[in-house]
Write a protein that binds this ligand. Sequence first.
Ligand SMILES: CC(C)(COP(=O)(O)OP(=O)(O)OC[C@H]1O[C@@H](n2cnc3c(N)ncnc32)[C@H](O)[C@@H]1OP(=O)(O)O)[C@@H](O)C(=O)NCCC(=O)NCCS
Length: 198
Amino acid sequence: MSAPPKTVLVATPEEEAKIRAAVRNAQGRTVAGPEHVDGLYRLLADPAVSAPIYDLPKPITRDSVAAWVAQSEALRQDGRCILAVTLDEAGEVAGYSRFTIWPERASGELAGAMRADRQNSGQGGRGVAQSIAWMFEHLGLRLIGLTAALDNVRSAKAIDAAGFTRMGEVESVRPDGTTRRSLYWEMARADWELRHRL
Ligand SMILES: CC(C)(COP(=O)(O)OP(=O)(O)OC[C@H]1O[C@@H](n2cnc3c(N)ncnc32)[C@H](O)[C@@H]1OP(=O)(O)O)[C@@H](O)C(=O)NCCC(=O)NCCS
């Protein structure tokens, strides 16, 4: 139920095709597959991980997680989504990122979480910045829109620090149709490039 950015861009056909190809390729990310379903279920069963995120399957069961992984993979083949996992030294799923892409708008959004034992370590802020760089540079997006629950202080700090502009609030719709009020940010690639010009 991820919503596209408020700002509407129109991609050229060539730009759209390039973005779809980059999404299918997902270079440098570990794309979630059936072998990660148990680990993702263990990760998301912890409310400290999943409660702040509106676009996860509800309720979180092994079956709903398996369906979500399969649906995300089908969307990736269409150039619209990448569900990626982070594995720890033991090969356990220690985090996930889900990139939702609107290739015809050269736009995307990002959601993700880390296992509770890895939170509050400063890694989240760095992870957001790296993911944003990857979306602009590798996926070729020109606009990213992000949301966070009104009380999600850690996410808000990380998003502000990455250079996003606050653009009020939006009503986010969960897969079960209920809604959640969210803070809303956007950043255009041109602004990101200005920030990172040495
Ligand atoms: C959101 C998440 C990825 C952030 O990662 P993290 O490693 O826990 O966060 P960080 O340690 O990088 O902290 C982010 C910032 O919040 C600050 N912070 C943390 N707790 C805080 C608090 N209670 N009050 C004020 N600031 C706080 C940190 O100091 C840091 O700011 P800084 O970079 O200026 O020092 C992680 O906590 C997580 O997975 N949470 C559960 C799921 C979730 O909320 N996902 C995001 C949905 S939009």
